[in-house]
Design a protein around this ligand. Structure first.
Ligand SMILES: [Zn+2]
Length: 252
């Protein structure tokens, strides 16, 4: 199983049988324009069978209308994210609404469990769209509401991969989630996150995401200090970084 990181929480996975799928695929990295077609054309060159979406914020979702138009892929996303896609006239046949607790099965023995999670700074139910917003409202980044927040537990090629897109958890589980690699969004993590991480996940390797300067273009990629801060807070943390835009084989 190979993986390529595109900055933020944008990930592409490629299985041994050639099956390609993505998570939170977003490369435009611009809070004003939201989607820059030339950036998507430059960086997104493969055709994913499907794309999983952890939540509906612009820096995860805003390139998907173009990626769907270009590749015909299927988007597995929350009701809120699907309503945003409906507002910008993404065809219904490309949308698959998913919910907490769903178990998805794909060809090639790939399964995805849709876990309930939380976004950093969780502010409750007010962040959802039960119906599509107006198209005009979506020119503003702030109207790409978070919506339901998922973590994905992916079984593929004999590996078990967990991904969460924001530095928070649904901190209620009695048993930690067990995985090989934990692709963990650590963007500007706040007090309490290291303890929550230790309570909620048992991993072999943490691979950080969303710790880059995400409003600069990929051509000017740079990291922020979120990982060194986390390593200071958890001295025995087994973390490995992967460089952007380079295929890596798992395990690292
Ligand atoms: Zn977010």
């Amino acid at each position: 199983m190979d993986v390529k990181w595109y900055g933020i929480n944008a990930l592409e996975f490629r299985c041994a049988d050639g099956t390609d799928f993505m998570v939170d695929m977003y490369v435009s990295r611009n809070r004003e324009k939201l989607n820059i077609p030339s950036e998507v054309d430059k960086y997104v060159s493969s055709t994913p069978k499907w794309v999983l979406m952890t939540h509906a914020h612009w820096d995860h979702l805003a390139d998907m209308p173009q990626i769907i138009a270009k590749t015909g892929t299927l988007l597995y996303a929350s009701a809120t994210a699907c309503n945003i896609m409906r507002a910008v006239e993404v065809p219904e046949e490309n949308l698959r609404e998913i919910h907490y607790g769903d178990h998805l099965e794909f060809p090639g023995n790939i399964t995805v469990d849709v876990l309930e999670s939380r976004h950093k700074g969780y502010s409750g139910e007010a962040t959802k769209y039960d119906v599509p917003p107006t198209r005009e409202s979506l020119v503003s980044a702030g109207n790409w509401r978070c919506g339901e927040v998922f973590a994905f537990l992916i079984h593929a090629d004999g590996r078990c991969i967990l991904n969460s897109g924001s530095a928070n958890f649904l901190d209620e589980a009695t048993e930690p989630v067990v995985c090989d690699e934990f692709f963990c969004g650590i963007s500007r993590w706040e007090d309490g996150f290291p303890q929550m991480l230790e309570r909620n996940v048992r991993f072999q390797t943490l691979i950080p995401t969303h710790h880059d300067e995400f409003t600069r273009p990929l051509s000017e990629f740079s990291l922020r200090g979120d990982l060194p801060r986390l390593q200071e807070a958890i001295p025995n943390l087994v973390a490995k970084e992967i460089p952007p835009l380079v295929w890596k084989s798992l395990p690292l």
